[in-house]
Ligand binder design. Structure first.
Ligand code: ZN
Length: 292
């Protein structure tokens, strides 16, 4: 069966509007920093690239917050164990990756250092999903992103079930040891999704009482309800949807945007749907940090 012309045109229009939207996402959204909620930064024009792939521009999610620094006394057991030689066990190892073949950058680095802020590789990263507003295959999307992230970092994740939590704002996280919350929201509910932003991902950085080292303990991946509904109508929608969730999970564990067009973390991604060489190197570095 051929689609009617009208349907085809409608779909093409949607794809084009999606492409335009995708390109605009990260241009609007460069407010990094330490999680202090900021107003929308002035739009910063970046040179447009020509798309030459068959895919429409990837809906690259705008990412916002790397983390919020929270001070917490105590929690020194792990550090003490390390000092006296009872280092905690790493749960997994990052894969061997090629070095220097791509581009990556971290959301945050340790003070006076190039070492990234990351999760503790000796602890499982627990997560819950709020499926409300998400696509039917929400579980597959999220679990696939978890698998990709886990393979690329060595981190172990643990699904803790579905949840009706909707406290999306990273800057407002109260339970620093609560599971990561993954879900779908509209811009009306969560204004960081307004405009052309398809998703937001980030984590909360905390430090213990004895060192200046920061590590992530929990975070958020918030995906845009409308964007995923639009993807449902596109031929490449499944591929793009997965790429978006993968992209957001890379932010979650600490990877930031790059200009390099070969990377999934490219801020104006035009068709890359899997990790590039820099993404892989950066994710392996994030998984290779010492345990806390
Ligand atoms: Zn992003």
């Amino acid at each position: 069966m051929f689609d009617s012309l009208r349907a085809r045109l409608a779909r093409r229009w949607r794809a084009r509007s999606m492409t335009r939207r995708l390109r605009e996402l990260d241009r609007l959204d460069r407010s990094h920093g330490l999680g202090v909620p900021t107003g929308r930064p002035a739009a910063q024009k970046k040179p447009r690239r020509q798309s030459n792939g068959t895919l429409p521009g990837l809906l690259v999610a705008g990412i916002i917050v790397a983390g919020v620094v929270a001070f917490s006394p105590g929690d020194t057991t792990g550090s003490l164990r390390s000092l006296i030689g009872w280092g905690p066990e790493r749960l997994g190892a990052p894969p061997q990756v090629a070095h220097g073949e791509g581009t990556f950058t971290f959301m945050q680095t340790q003070r006076n250092s190039r070492e990234p802020v990351s999760y503790d590789p000796c602890k499982r990263i627990e997560y819950v999903i709020n499926p409300e507003g998400g696509p039917d295959n929400y579980r597959e999307l999220v679990d696939t992103a978890v698998r990709h992230t886990s393979e690329a970092t060595g981190f172990r994740f643990e699904f803790q079930g579905t949840s009706d939590r909707r406290d999306w704002e990273i800057g407002g996280i109260r339970g620093r040891n609560d599971p990561v919350l993954v879900g779908w929201a509209t811009a009306e509910e969560y204004d960081r999704l307004s405009g052309d932003v398809a998703g937001v991902g980030g984590s909360l950085a905390v430090r213990d009482g004895t060192t200046t080292t920061l590590h992530y303990t929990t975070g958020r991946v918030v995906l845009d309800v409308d964007a995923f509904e639009d993807l449902d109508t596109m031929r490449e929608g499944a591929l793009l949807g997965q790429a978006i969730v993968d992209h957001e999970f890379a932010h979650l564990v600490g990877l930031d945007h790059v200009q390099d067009a070969r990377e999934l973390m490219n801020a104006e991604n035009l068709g890359v749907t899997t990790y590039g060489p820099g993404d892989r190197e950066g994710l392996a570095a994030l998984g290779g940090v010492p345990c806390t």
